[in-house]
Design a protein around this ligand. Sequence first.
Ligand code: RAT
Ligand code: ZN
Length: 442
Amino acid sequence: MSIESIKSPGGGLVPTNGGPLTEEQIPLAVEDVLTTTPFVDIHTHLYPPAFGKLGLWGIDELLTYHYLEAEFFRSSAAIPKQYWLLSKREQADAIWQTLFVENTPISEATRGVIAVLQAFQLPTDRAGLAEARAFFKAQTIERHIERVLQMAGVSEVVMTNDPLDPEESAVWMKGIGNHRQFRAVLRLDRILCAWSAHWQVLASLGYEVDEPASEKSRAEVRRFLMDWSARMQPVYMAVSLPDTFEYPQETAGNRLLRDAVLPACRELRIPVALMIGVRKQVNPALRLAGDAAGRANLLVLENLCREFPDNRFLVSVLSRENQHELCVYARKFSNLMPFGCWWFMNNPSIVEEITRERIEMLGTSFIPQHSDARVLEQVIYKWNNTRRTLTRILPDTYRLLSEDGRGVTRDDIQRDITRLFRSNAESWTGLHSRGSDAPTET
Ligand code: RAT
Ligand code: ZN
């Protein structure tokens, strides 16, 4: 092998001498750079060990993921009421039996479990789960987290942290140390979307708030957010909003967004993530699996980005029909960053469509994906799927560019993939700026 070439994962030679790549070399270089570049996972529901039982991992959690529960009820005679009475282990057994034994696991979420089992060289076609359970029981969580993130090619994961979740806030109040690979996000759903059910919690904590979210209340919510930001060091604040979200409109949530959340984000120099389009609990019997998606009115983005040029908005939309408009708005407002293919969008066919559209309209100025993992090992299959889809998309993009007259080098590819999967997240969020009063590393 010449010193000016490296062997790609596919076995071909990719020149590293800076010269333009041939048509055959482009896919090899893309695959190689995707494999060797660690990604930042900008939105998950994962936790480091200090959060104890809040951090989900292992085969029973993987099988009872709410994406799989929704599929289970389509293929089983079980009714939700009976299912919720089962233990976690019994639920996992029922889902394995229905979706993996009696049916072929071809859906995205079922295939994900297979890919995780395969990654740990566990059997994928047994009638029972004995081997998998024995394997996960033998792991210690600290070491397992490190190994899983390494297998997923992820250097840092961003959590979802709700200061009004009693279980979670108790952990923060104990004063946990920072984990090297986990960063916090201050989640605002209870404040912005269900204020009337939660203002009294803030009042009981000593904040002078009221139900109508009066001016004094708004200042107090801002104080609450600053207090919790000092505790969590969030890399951004976030809210999931319904498809019916409108701005401006005189609601308590909008008053709090305008006068508490956005000023706090400006002061902290962090963005707010708006995840728009969820139709909460259309079927409450399914619990977490009972939410649906709806097309939203993205005029809200026009209004917010224009009215608040000093705020930055990370935005993901849940409806396929909103994806193109999101790209158009990103072209109009540089304080808008589209991110991820969220939840019902996170299927290879749709990810491929959305990502191609974003590249064509935005170049590399967007964040293509987040995992949304709720169970640790999911990062393995979710990020593997992302890399696999990008291995199809990027070579096409570069081939077209070469045909149009601009040769593409390996350095170009490295720069683009680094920007898409690392530096857009790093420069847009507080990822690499822990405050001076941040707790020490553990
Ligand atoms: O994808 C999911 O797991 C959803 O249930 C939601 O958690 C969503 O990602 C959210 O953050 O609201
Ligand atoms: Zn999420």
